[in-house]
Design a protein around this ligand. Structure first.
Ligand code: GDP
Length: 139
């Protein structure tokens, strides 16, 4: 597989506690190149649109509250097999189940406040990069 792009979001728990720099350094050490980066304060409409696939789930309202509770850092990242590799590097959704050394094992607080988002497919990566970087010429 060749070089791919994917989207990460450093979530409000990690950004607000000053862990964004460590997480970005971790991503770079895993071979991800930063194509674009942008701090964003999501509003309710934006968070609901981004997580539309989870609408109706019991944690949806809480997830939207959390994602709108503070600034996030959105990152377009590039490397070989970026989508699959980023999912490995972040670890399982619940930090209690995340492999040692993964970003969620190192920095997440709970299954909801889990430090980082990563696109789960190449199609979603394209859509999610467009969601945050529409109209931006990516380097
Ligand atoms: P991901 O792809 O690993 O981020 O996980 P999902 O796509 O399944 O869920 C999206 C986000 O919703 C997760 O990263 C968590 O922040 C949150 N989430 C997922 N499952 C739960 C849950 O069972 N309870 C709560 N409170 N939040 C959850």
């Amino acid at each position: 597989m060749g070089s791919e792009r994917t989207l990460a979001i450093i979530k409000p728990d990690a950004f607000g506690s000053g862990r964004a720099g460590k997480i970005v350094a971790h991503l770079e050490s895993e071979g991800f190149r930063l194509v674009a980066a942008r701090t964003v304060r999501l509003n309710q409409e934006g968070a609901e649109a981004f997580y539309a696939v989870h609408r109706g789930k019991p944690f949806f309202a809480s997830l939207v509250d959390f994602m709108t509770s503070g600034t996030v850092l959105t990152l377009a990242l590039e490397r070989k097999d970026a989508v699959a590799r980023l999912r490995e590097v972040i670890g399982a959704t619940d930090p209690a189940e995340a492999a040692p050394g993964t970003i969620r094992a190192l920095y997440a607080e709970s299954k909801e406040r889990n430090a980082i988002h990563a696109s789960d497919s190449l199609d979603n990566a394209r859509a999610e990069i467009a969601f945050f970087f529409a109209g931006v010429e990516l380097a």
